[in-house]
Design a protein around this ligand. Structure first.
Ligand code: UD1
Ligand code: CA
Length: 451
């Protein structure tokens, strides 16, 4: 395909009343990324160079999100919600600037793939003036129906306006439409609002284009990809489709998922070859796992990087800024936050390591806690390479423990420790032989006296 410039208009001004939410509908998330974020990502992968997003009034959160994801995108406000064609026209300045292809997509249809977007553009490149992405709906209720006659798409009929015969049609409008740039603005401007809802329907562009002798094409996609989200139940259904995709993708890339259906991914999860993921693992946003690592059952990772050959869990929690060097071990009931764990270091049981660095081959005993917070600010703990922290130690930050040091079990460490030192940070043990017996006798006597 020779180069064709493309403008995409993403409609996201709807209220999403059926979500019953204080958030704009398209800010709800799938795989940790907003619905509109999924659409914007797909557009970028399809090399769409200009993006306009149509938002409603007082949707600053949405505008901020769009700017964050695609800084060069334009946001246009549709002040009154008078329908999808009216919404597309809110981006009039972008339309007037012109493009070879104009695509209109809905912000509430998040799973469309870049390949499908390119197929719609391909129709435009081959000479279609309007191209509509349709799909066979299991339950077509609520969708606009694509009316095809003799292989030609003659009209789209909205559910509310459809006759009984038209309602029986299962080939439906996904909402994704492509227009040849030259015709786009004229077609949109010609759309009226004489219909059941009194709205300006984008879908009417099809009949108008036909009446003007323009070429209209339907392209078929799969329902999985183009299902729209109007309710929480539909949000959950899309999440399920998305998760299934991510699991399949991980396995294709050489990852073993022992119980795929129990592993939850984020949109940006990256797992290297020969990573093994045991059952019931959750990957929050921003996780990267290098080849050969093992993520054991019931672990929760977020904003973390895991080096080659590491083991994590079972029941481990890696929070943002956790960075594990190759061959590190993080065991059960361990929480790591904003901390680097050196090569081959072990934090195997019941520990909290936050705002810290742990040197290579260090061993952090069971129950070790870095006390990083004094109620006002966070402080760092530095633990040197090959040091040994005895079980149940409390490291009060800011504090550093030099390489090769030994910290006795149960220590509370408040002062910096030079390398190769032995620290006993607890009181000396006191033994009073026979005292337990006398103590018991005294307590018994007191009890008898009360009778
Ligand atoms: C729309 C289509 C229907 C299609 C279905 C697919 C029209 C007239 N109907 O119906 O053919 O089968 O999607 O899911 O296009 N929006 C605005 N401003 C408005 C109205 C809508 O920005 O004034 C946005 C919404 O935020 C949403 C999108 O446009 O992202 C679709 O609007 P919605 O009301 O959900 O349309 P449907 O009734 O689902
Ligand atoms: Ca919808």
């Amino acid at each position: 395909m020779s180069f064709r410039s493309c403008l995409s208009i993403v409609l996201a001004a709807g209220l999403g009343t059926r979500m019953r939410s204080s958030r704009a509908k398209v800010l709800h998330e799938i795989g940790g990324l907003s619905l509109v974020g999924h659409v914007l990502t797909a557009l970028r992968s399809a090399s769409v160079e200009r993006i306009a997003v149509v938002v409603g009034p007082q949707m600053e959160d949405l505008e901020n999100q769009v700017r964050q994801l695609v800084p060069e995108a334009g946001c246009y406000v549709q002040n009154e919600r008078l329908g999808t064609a009216h919404a597309a026209l809110a981006a009039r300045p972008a339309l007037e600037a012109g493009a070879d292809d104009v695509l209109v997509l809905f912000g509430d249809t998040p799973l469309v793939s870049p390949e499908t977007i390119l197929r719609v553009r391909e129709q435009l490149a081959q000479g279609a003036d309007v191209a509509v992405l349709g799909f066979e709906a299991q339950n077509p209720a609520g969708y606009g129906r694509l009316l095809v006659e003799g292989g030609r798409l003659v009209a789209i009929r909205e559910d509310k306006d459809a006759t009984l015969e038209e309602k029986a049609v299962t080939f439906c409008n996904s909402g994704i439409m492509g227009f040849c740039g030259k015709a786009a603005l004229e077609l949109l401007d010609a759309i009226g609002n004489a219909n059941a809802k009194g709205e300006f329907y984008l879908t009417d562009a099809v009949e108008i284009a036909n009446s003007r002798g323009l070429t209209v094409q339907a392209v078929e996609g799969s329902e999985d990809e183009v299902q729209g989200i109007n309710t929480r139940a539909q949000l959950a259904r899309c999440e399920a489709v998305f998760q299934a995709r991510k699991r399949a993708e991980a396995m294709e890339n050489g990852v073993t998922l022992q119980a795929p259906e129990t592993v939850h991914f984020s949109h940006d999860t990256v797992l290297g070859e020969d990573v093994v993921v045991e059952p019931n693992v959750v990957f929050g946003p921003g996780v990267k796992v290098q080849p050969g690592a093992r993520i054991r059952a019931f672990s929760h990772l977020e904003g973390a990087s895991v080096g080659t050959g590491c083991t994590v869990g079972p029941f481990a929690r890696l929070r943002p800024g956790a960075s594990l060097s190759p061959q590190a071990h993080v065991g059960n009931f361990v929480e790591i936050k904003n901390a680097t764990i050196g090569q081959g270091a072990k934090v195997n049981h019941l520990s909290y390591v936050g705002d810290a660095s742990v040197g290579s081959a260090a061993n952090i005993g069971a129950g070790t806690i870095t006390c990083n917070y004094d109620g006002f600010s966070k402080h760092r703990t530095e633990i040197g390479a090959k040091s040994f922290i005895g079980s149940n130690s409390t490291l009060v930050a800011p504090v550093s423990i030099g390489p090769g040091s030994y910290v006795g079990a149960g220590s509370t460490v408040t002062d910096n420790v030079p390398g190769d030192s032995l620290v006993i940070g607890r009181g000396r043990q006191v033994i009073k032989q026979g005292r337990a017996k006398t103590l018991r006798a005294r307590l018994q006597a007191a009890k008898d006296g009360r009778k």
